[in-house]
Design a binder for this molecule. Structure first.
Ligand SMILES: C[S@@+](CC[C@H](N)C(=O)[O-])C[C@H]1O[C@@H](n2cnc3c(N)ncnc32)[C@H](O)[C@@H]1O
Length: 219
């Protein structure tokens, strides 16, 4: 399930201004938040809705914060990200893996490990998003949700060219296209969960559920 379908995107789609290894850019920890408190609250609310208590979760492209609801227990949250110091400081993570997904999109987990996954304000940095999303479908259980959130800011030098070429609606359509190209995703929803008043950071969401009918047990 790791074959890349990025050939369905035009040449240059995944080029970046800074093509140096991501390990250099993420070498120093950044103990900051990348969206404001209202947008973070909107992310947390989505997690409340999509990730039931006691789910085993994967926080992909994780840092020192996962934005999970403080009152909901999740005994096993696994983070994958680039900076070891950030991941070690994240109080919600039971485990973490430092891995450059642009170098190695294969996830180091067995099939059907997780009940849900999140990618928060980070999908714009993936140069092989289709391969990563295909891997996510493999490591998630049938029908498990993936919640992808993003706003209107980024590290410009590290975001792919397609992200720069598109507006907010275009970003929603692009992430939907990633999921469709990856296969194994259904019930794809595109949402605008921007907090009111509009002075805060906007918050856009793409949700998909894993489509592995061959693995769903008959009732
Ligand atoms: C803007 S931060 C967002 C962090 C966190 N998800 C949050 O909501 O605050 C981008 C994150 O993407 C991760 N990231 C960027 N490039 C990556 C790559 N090539 N492989 C794995 N993770 C990556 C970084 O480690 C960083 O934590």
């Amino acid at each position: 399930m790791t074959q890349d379908n990025s050939s369905s995107f035009p040449p240059g789609t995944f080029r970046r201004q800074d093509e140096t290894p991501d390990s250099e850019f993420y070498h120093h920890p950044r103990f900051v938040t990348h969206i404001d408190d209202a947008a973070i609250a909107a992310v947390t609310q989505l997690y409340r809705e999509y990730f039931p208590a006691n789910s085993t979760l994967l926080d992909l492209m994780s840092s020192w914060v996962s934005h999970l609801p403080a009152e909901v227990p999740y005994p096993r949250v696994v983070g994958v990200g680039m900076n070891e110091k950030e991941l070690r400081a994240n109080p919600r993570l039971a485990e973490y893996v430092v891995q450059d997904l642009n170098q190695q999109p294969t996830l180091p987990f067995p099939d059907n490990t997780f009940d849900g996954a999140a990618i928060c304000v980070s999908i714009d940095y993936l140069t092989q998003p289709v391969a990563v999303l295909r891997e996510l479908a493999r490591v998630l259980r049938p029908n498990a949700p993936l919640v992808v959130t993003f706003s209107n800011r980024c590290f410009p030098s590290k975001a792919v060219a397609a992200w720069h070429a598109l507006d907010d609606r275009g970003h929603l359509a692009l992430v939907q296209q990633y999921l469709q190209a990856a296969g194994h995703w259904h019930a794809i929803k595109l949402l605008d969960r921007s907090p009111a008043p509009r002075r805060s950071d906007p918050l856009f969401v793409v949700i998909g559920q894993v489509d592995k009918p061959e693995l769903v047990q008959p009732e």
